[in-house]
Design a protein around this ligand. Sequence first.
Ligand SMILES: C[C@@]1(CC(=O)O)C2=NC(=C\c3[nH]c(c(CCC(=O)O)c3CC(=O)O)Cc3[nH]c(c(CC(=O)O)c3CCC(=O)O)/C=C3\N/C(=C\2)[C@@H](CCC(=O)O)[C@]3(C)CC(=O)O)/[C@H]1CCC(=O)O
Ligand SMILES: NC(=O)c1ccc[n+]([C@@H]2O[C@H](COP(=O)([O-])OP(=O)(O)OC[C@H]3O[C@@H](n4cnc5c(N)ncnc54)[C@H](O)[C@@H]3O)[C@@H](O)[C@H]2O)c1
Length: 150
Amino acid sequence: MKVFLPLNIRIDDKKILFIGGGNIALHKIQTIERYTRNITIVAPEIHDALRGKGFELVCKEYEETDLDGFFLVYAATNSIEVNRRIKSDAAARGIMVNVVDNRELSDFISPAIFKENEMTIAVSSNGQDVKKAVAWRNQIREMLKEGRMR
Ligand SMILES: C[C@@]1(CC(=O)O)C2=NC(=C\c3[nH]c(c(CCC(=O)O)c3CC(=O)O)Cc3[nH]c(c(CC(=O)O)c3CCC(=O)O)/C=C3\N/C(=C\2)[C@@H](CCC(=O)O)[C@]3(C)CC(=O)O)/[C@H]1CCC(=O)O
Ligand SMILES: NC(=O)c1ccc[n+]([C@@H]2O[C@H](COP(=O)([O-])OP(=O)(O)OC[C@H]3O[C@@H](n4cnc5c(N)ncnc54)[C@H](O)[C@@H]3O)[C@@H](O)[C@H]2O)c1
């Protein structure tokens, strides 16, 4: 089984690339944009909710050279084959990838996050039980809101 180490990575001085701009990309970017807007999206079709927010939008299919200059990459297309190709191209360049349809291929995975000002709670199940990670995050959030944690 893969093992994932929780880390807080500095990203204000780095560029993040999304390949694929559909529902899953939107969902992940809604969390990431609370930390940085330095996001580029490459996809033939980009969700309307991702427009006009200061992201760099590149409307085309993925090519290997799209990876140049990026620190983190999310392979978020709806094609298993394209996502696998992104992973192997990025690995050859030493770039870390989250493959949204395959935790085994992912160099990093996204936890369930609750952020309030400078405080962040991030819950992960090591990629094994997303629903439980979300449930724990929600329970911790409720405890905070009810004043049971300070
Ligand atoms: C926490 C959260 C963060 C985020 O995405 O930002 C997150 N998934 C969220 C939601 C969500 N994911 C899925 C549903 C539908 C559930 C259902 O079936 O009803 C829902 C909706 C829901 O549950 O709310 C299904 C799903 N998820 C993955 C796969 C593929 C696979 O398992 O290989 C499939 C099956 C796809 C399919 O077969 O179609 C994979 C991953 N999802 C992860 C994180 C990583 C592990 C985290 C951990 O260690 O726990 C990991 C491994 C990789 C990654 O994506 O980083 C975010 C909650 C955000 C929030 O609420 O704030
Ligand atoms: N990680 C998670 O939490 C999670 C949860 C559910 C589903 N998924 C997986 O996420 C994947 C994406 O789902 P979605 O709902 O976002 O799909 P979607 O159809 O909404 O979006 C797909 C996006 O990929 C783009 N795309 C397709 N081919 C491309 C190419 N060659 N180059 C660049 N972009 C390309 C499309 O233009 C579109 O923007 C699915 O494979 C699904 O299994 C992941």
